[in-house]
Design a binder for this molecule. Structure first.
Ligand SMILES: Cc1cc2nc3c(=O)[nH]c(=O)nc-3n(C[C@H](O)[C@H](O)[C@H](O)COP(=O)(O)O)c2cc1C
Length: 457
């Protein structure tokens, strides 16, 4: 073994990019370890000191191995490092090691080594919505039929300041800013297998540190690459990432290699279909589990029609599941969108915000009923009053006006008790607050006792 210069291999422009060094050379693992070259295997794992990862590969960038057994050993070591699972040594039994090595890098091997999987086929998906997609709204959507529910975007800077706390009185798992009572993300066991944590980030290592805090309590991590708001763009996050394919690669591969949780991202359309397809292909090569495509460009406004045909072009170019997003307002649109694009699944934002029962195959419920159910869930899960008010105001703006009595009363409300009174839910509010201890750990019994109306799926 000895140091040797880096080499480009003939495996296409995207793979070429994998030989590029990370902006965080000392903290990001990046490897070409399995590229055969004249019987040699050249490897580029990087040291990971300082990332908080519990074990460190000992190889340095540029090390070369001339032995396939050694490479197998490295693969195993690498997987062990990724997943923290048992170590399989290869030197003594090369054939076993080769078999185990091939198994380790196969999809089944990934499963065996602890990688979680998520099914993205034929799913109705609640889109991420800032200040809307908190726990009550996600549970509401799931109650009506959403299979996968994205949380609101949370910035990595915020999450890294949080600690995980079990909230005994509510029965939730909270991620609370240290030294404060500020709940940045609240989830619960009921949504464990369908909640997607959406993150805003512009840095691979910070994204990894943040994701490690929540990854055990969620079903998947999604990176927001579509937000056009100036706050996101100026921080190099959201849609700003679309212009930085190397950074996208860095973030996604770092998460992918270090977490056993499925990783996805959500993009917008680029200037031309060709550009979008090229970027989507690069993203696919990072090993993400799925990609959500919002059928609008960064400069488009919500009133501009989503370009379903351009999503179809992305679907045609990829093998991974594509989640199509944009302009679903009725239950029937899910199927129309799927047929028009060939997408695996369909995601809806405003259609769900205005009436979350859009996910129900039976029929849409009156929005007044959906709104009251949302208020109840917000009381039950002690939702941040600002989020509850914001969501109600969005609903009211769509159907009515904030200048009418209901809108004004919501604006004036300061507590969930005020909202409970406004929507005639005082008894419910009182019951929940008097019986928190009963609810905790007995939620299903409680739902059952309240009749079908309260039963969660
Ligand atoms: C209130 C609101 C908040 C949103 N917040 C986010 C967000 O946090 N992350 C994100 O990727 N997209 C966000 N979006 C965009 C939606 O996820 C979705 O891509 C867009 O609204 C198009 O879908 P639609 O036509 O079904 O509304 C938001 C949209 C709305 C209406």
């Amino acid at each position: 073994m000895g140091p040797r210069s880096r080499r480009s291999y003939d495996h296409g422009p995207v793979a070429e990019e994998t030989t590029e060094m990370s902006s965080n050379d000392n903290t990001t693992l990046r490897t070409n370890s399995l590229l055969p070259y004249l019987g040699f295997y050249e490897i580029y794992p990087l040291q990971t000191y300082g990332t908080g990862l519990d074990s460190k590969p000992t190889l340095k960038r540029g090390d070369i191995t001339t032995s396939p057994w050694c490479t197998v050993y490295l693969v195993l070591e690498y997987r062990r490092w990724c997943f923290g699972y048992r170590k399989i040594r290869s030197e003594s039994d090369p054939l076993t090691a080769l078999h185990a090595g091939l198994f380790a890098i196969s999809p089944q091997g990934s499963e065996f080594y602890g990688a979680k999987k998520m099914d993205y086929e034929n799913k109705l998906v609640l889109a991420p919505m800032v200040r809307v997609g908190t726990l009550p709204f996600r549970l509401l959507s799931a109650q009506y039929g959403a299979d996968i529910t994205y949380g609101e975007e949370i910035i990595d800077h915020k999450l890294v300041k949080c600690e995980r706390q079990i909230n005994e009185s509510i029965g939730s798992t909270d991620f609370v800013e240290k030294g404060t009572k500020n709940v940045v993300f609240r989830t619960c066991h009921e949504e464990r297998n369908r909640v997607v944590f959406q993150m805003g980030t512009s840095d691979a290592v910070r994204a990894l540190s943040a994701a490690q805090i929540v990854c055990k309590d969620i079903a998947a991590v999604d990176i927001n690459m579509g937000c056009p708001k100036s706050f996101s763009m100026s921080g190099g996050m959201g849609a700003a990432l679309l212009a930085k394919p190397l950074l996208i690669h860095d973030i996604l591969t770092t998460l992918k290699r270090n977490l056993s949780t499925p990783i996805t991202c959500k993009i917008r359309l680029l200037k031309s279909t060709q550009d979008t397809v090229e970027l989507a292909r690069r993203i696919e090569k990072t090993g993400v589990s799925a990609i959500a495509v919002h059928g609008r460009r960064v400069a488009d406004r919500p009133r501009d029609p989503a370009k379903w045909s351009e999503i179809a072009d992305v679907v045609a170019a990829l093998s991974i599941p594509v989640i199509a997003n944009g302009d679903v307002f009725e239950y029937e649109d899910f199927q129309r969108f799927k047929v028009a694009t060939g997408a695996s699944s369909v995601m809806v934002a405003r259609g769900a915000l205005w009436n979350a029962s859009i996910f129900s195959s039976k029929c849409k419920l009156p929005w007044e009923d959906v709104k009251r159910e949302y208020v109840r869930k917000s009381i039950l899960w002690d939702n941040d009053i600002r989020s509850t008010k914001h969501t109600l105001k969005e609903m009211i703006t769509h159907y009515s006006s904030l200048e009418l009595p209901e809108g004004k009363a919501v604006t004036r409300s300061e507590t969930s008790a005020d909202l409970a009174k406004l929507y005639g839910e005082e008894k419910y509010y009182q019951f929940v607050n008097e019986n928190r201890s009963l609810l905790n750990g007995n939620r299903q019994i409680y739902y059952a006792s309240m009749g079908d109306h309260y039963i969660q799926n």
